[in-house]
Design a protein around this ligand. Sequence first.
Ligand SMILES: *Cc1c(COP(=O)(O)O)cnc(C)c1O
Length: 852
Amino acid sequence: MQARDVETSFARNSPLSVQVEDDRTGLSLETLKRAFLDNLFYVQGKSPDIATAKDYYMALAYTVRDRMLHHWLSTGQTYRRTHARTAVYLSAEFLMGPYLGNNLINLGLYDLFEQAMEELGLNLKEIMDQEQEPGLGNGGLGRLAACYLDSMATLEIPSLGYGIRYEFGIFEQAFHDGWQVEKTDQWLRWGNPWEVRRPEWAVHVKIGGHTEGYTDHQGRYQVNWVPDKVVRGIPYDTPILGYQVNTANTLRLWRAESPESFDFDAFNRGDYYGAVNSKIISENISKVLYPNDDKLEGKQLRLEQEFFFVSCSLQDMIRLLMSEGLPLEQFPEKFTVQLNDTHPAVAIAELMRLLVDDHEMAWDLAWEITQKSFAYTNHTLLPEALERWPMYLFGSLLPRHLEIIFEINRIFLDQVRLKFGPDNERIARMSLIEETGGRYVRMANLACVGSHAINGVAELHTELLKETVLKDFYELFPEKFVNKTNGVTPRRWMVLSNPRLAKLIDQHIGTAWPTQLDQLSKLEAYVDDPAFRNEWREIKQANKRFLTARIERLTGIKVNPDSMFDVQIKRIHEYKRQQLNALHIITLYRRLKQNPDLEITPRTFIFAGKAAPGYFMAKLIIKLITAVGDIVNRDPVVRDRLKVVFIPNYNVTNSQPIYPASDLSEQISTAGFEASGTGNMKFALNGSLTIGTLDGANVEIREEVGAENFFLFGMTADEVTALKASGYQPWQYYEENAELKGVIDLISSGFFSGGDTETFKPLIDNLLQQDRFTVLADYQSYIDCQDHVGKVYQQDQENWLRMSILNAARMGKFSSDRAVREYCKEIWHVDPVSIELQEYSKMVAHIQEGAI
Ligand SMILES: *Cc1c(COP(=O)(O)O)cnc(C)c1O
């Protein structure tokens, strides 16, 4: 490697360099091929005769990364030089998806690399398939963070994402006898070519212990936190490219290690194993992602994770501020910090501690800075997801933060009393400490008090927040509340994952739409154009054939690409109501059994999604779906008119070929429970029609695409609330609806469980007795709507096609670029900074004096 470096740097500086393109930056086909083979040889240490598919992937990843570094370093340099105001996204999850294809798209080099690989006898897509995606998130919340990073870079917004570099991301889902089984996600096994470890910017994080008050030299009361352990956070940086701009921002993920001189005491006592053990304990903090979606797991390690990455990130921001020579008071001018849910909300107490204790700032000034710095995004109304930590646990890990929270609370509750008088119930609800039935620290309350802006993620969700879980806070701080409807990046969710459709669109409306998604409306002019319509239909068919082959490879099931692809892919949760979808399948199956010659629209029901490992009911829903598939897929009476497939291990990689191949998008959550959804947007953008409730962003999607192009069913959120208030009795729906009764009885009879009546009993009992998510109440409305969907698909294909085109054409609003622009304008007040690529020779011209 050394010799090669000398050679290329010589080539760079010599007059000959006009002929010899640089290995690391050159873009001719010859150079790309040579650079790829060089990386295979010199970085992977392999010659082609023994190289594996993984080696080719790594060599290609390094070749692409080389072509990003100039962007990345120029971006950093520009931000430092201009003291750029920076949007910081603090998130416990980043579900980034595979990088290689996305980086090629954003660099504008996809086709070129495809050709270079082809000339070497390799296939780019097959190489891309080798990538193990960093599954550092559970679902929508983590994927939203990823879409926002993509949009911030594309809009040239100076930004930093901070999170945790989990060694094991979300588990891999496999199946045994139709049940989900979890396998650890060893995404780092083959190495990660996109990250750069930065040990020189490591920080220390204190945990546990106690506090001691003292009076400083100026006679002021100060507090010293004496921890019982210290862990070291090491940053790992990944460049986040914008689409066809020079900007490359940074995603900085923290890994926990033990401090350099780990457990010195143990060493001195000669306790070598004890010392090593403390190292292992430190590393546990960033070991594994908690696999719960919309559910709090109140474990000590989880709180340690949250505090760990928050403290690392805030210390890092202060370092960056100081390295630019700016005073601490400028923190809220330099940074605006978005809290992605309450997972990082302890940042409010930690910034106070850093300012007041470590930097000896007066409380009032520190509080002003803190409130100015933070904004909070709420992601759910589900009470079981609202984070609250037992006070004894919180205090034992973060004794100083508990004191700070008490002080924030004391001042805050005085403010509440001032405004509302001695309303003790209101004070009890708003207190940062819950005192009824055990004492807890309420993270959402902390986030509301410590932030200058609070947002929900769809219009309905924000309204419900103001009316329900955050009502008291809305009454006190109405000016803090804003809505920011979610969005998705059209680069990954269209350009990369649906290249044929993207190309068709390019040919008709030009190539600006990936960054100006509103331009898709120009497609409306072609909605009656026969050639365009044909191509649109052809592309959907081709995408379906591609998915058909993939389904057979992954599940062994042969599906018919001419059937309707009816798709529900998302985390498995009772509120998302995959069980309602299953009831529909069984309804159709029973109709065929009763009348084998019944005319029905052939459908392929496609499911994918993980259940949290400890969520029994979600796992049982998966088992129900696979069990129904086992019967339906084999029953000769069905004659292949119905097929049910469960695609294993839903993640970004596996989802990308599904959205473009879908005809019908299932967005059937109980109204009032899905905060926004983003899967709904990916489907509609790719020309899939939605069957859905008035929930989350479905409401706005329907508004945009037009009610006539959306299959609506079910109760509204208000109707759900009213039904429950009036005493919902689900079994009445069962008793009064013969078809529903037949379906439920068929499950209860053991028909789908080999005669065993126990397997699905908990699910059926739950539906008949509680049915918290009003599945039975919405059943008939759903079935009627599905019957209508089937008819339109079968009998009015021209209209279906028209609706498909109009859905895509009217999705402009749901670009994450629009969402990020709104955050910038209304919450962050951050402006774009365009990046000029610095000249390489100038960037490396001067070794800093005293560098070594
Ligand atoms: C988009 C996406 C989600 C969110 O899907 P919803 O249908 O909005 O719940 C979850 N997981 C992955 C991998 C995604 O790509």
